[in-house]
Ligand binder design. Sequence first.
Ligand code: NAP
Length: 249
Amino acid sequence: MPAPPETILVLGGTAEANLLVSRLSKAARAPRIILSLAGRTAAPILPPGCEIRIGGFGGADGLAAFLRETGVTWLVDATHPFAAGISRNAAKAADNAAVPRIALVRPAWEMRPGDHWIAVDCLGAARDALPKGARPFLALGRQHLAPFAHRPDLTPVVRMIDAPEPLAFAAEIVLGRPSADPHAEAALMSECAITHLVCRNSGGAASYAKVAAARTLGLPVVMIARPPAPPPPLAGSVDAVLALLGIDA
Ligand code: NAP
């Protein structure tokens, strides 16, 4: 049994990162926990029981310096499966600082009976997969919308957590967080007369409701595949991370 870790840096911005922090903080011999966020969301949901730091580290070298200076003993990369840059940096920084790292990568969604997915590998391909005059629900986040500006025939609906800067193209904006209730997501898509859902294969339960809603409504889903996973060791769940850390929580 390894000795209990003392200082764990969790790279977050996901529901799993928050769950991990909250489980770690309840361990019998709770380690020091630092949760790191990029700072993309104005009012992020923050778990109790940890220190929070916000903002980039300044690349892999900056992160390696942080690991050394802060005395981090484990790095858990619990970032979003599409946040490939920070995961690359995490792997490099952990190697450079000789700090053990675990990447928490939630399993991707699989097609189920009744699903009609159009599989694409990037945002540009998602845009090009939409038929002329479609009214897509772009469940993508504001930094991923630019390619759709090249399709003036579309009448998209975009959901945003924070009130956005004006978009570069005409779109109806729905303010709010995604619902975990497929019925609520289906009601929203029906009210907005959506013809297609466009989303990334994020995996996990927190944002699956929209995919289930599209199935219920018989809507095609333009599903954008993930970038390559970070290097191993990988854990598919919070429980698997805790097991690798040797923490009973
Ligand atoms: P990214 O492209 O992989 O990262 C860009 C830069 O943002 C990184 O190089 C790093 O800056 C900084 N950064 C990213 N995550 C950070 C973290 N947890 N703590 C400190 N700095 C971080 O990432 P992204 O796709 O913009 O995502 C940013 C954050 O939002 C991530 O934490 C991710 O978990 C969360 N998120 C992303 C998505 C998504 O779809 N991509 C969805 C939900 C949540 P430096 O190089 O200066 O260190």
